[in-house]
Design a protein. Structure first.
Length: 154
């Protein structure tokens, strides 16, 4: 875990690999709950009976957006900023869902600091590359760059 005193201390950590979060199981319950919340009930995600006959390995797959939404949990405790007033999600760049996540697969995420810039009033722009991998997977499931605005305690 990278521990810094305040947001501006991240300026010296561009290209720093923050490491991996814990493995998290993607089960059908999690997929169904996301389908319910998002309204995306496409059969490839929720119809386990049809998937047996029509999907590779006979399994449903997770929504790409479920993977993206899990980024906070997948990141784990890899960065701590001791004097942080608040962190705001500013956006996401270059999201790619490069390989489907089959139900019953464990995933984890690696995070690397891509960019750190100081803005007005000491606000820090932080861009982190997120790569979600699957246990026993050959390719990543998702690659994205998340952007946060970090507000220091004044």
């Amino acid at each position: 875990m990278l521990v810094v005193s305040e947001p501006k201390d991240l300026l010296g950590h561009i290209n720093h690999n923050l490491g991996y979060g814990e493995w998290i199981l993607i089960d059908q319950k999690k997929i169904n709950e996301f389908a319910s919340i998002s309204g995306d009930h496409q059969w490839i995600h929720v119809d386990t009976d049809r998937a047996v006959n029509e999907m590779p390995d006979g399994k449903t797959i997770a929504h790409g957006l479920l993977t993206l939404c899990m980024s906070a949990d997948l990141a784990g405790n890899v960065l701590k900023i001791e004097q942080l007033k608040q962190s705001i999600n500013y956006g996401i760049d270059k999201v790619r869902f490069t390989s489907p996540i089959k139900v019953g697969t464990k995933i984890r995420m690696n995070s690397v600091i891509e960019d750190v810039t100081e803005r007005d009033n000491g606000v820090i722009y932080l861009k982190i590359k997120r790569v979600v991998e699957m246990e026993d997977g050959e390719r990543p499931a998702m690659v994205a760059s998340t952007i946060s605005l970090l507000y220091p305690i004044k």
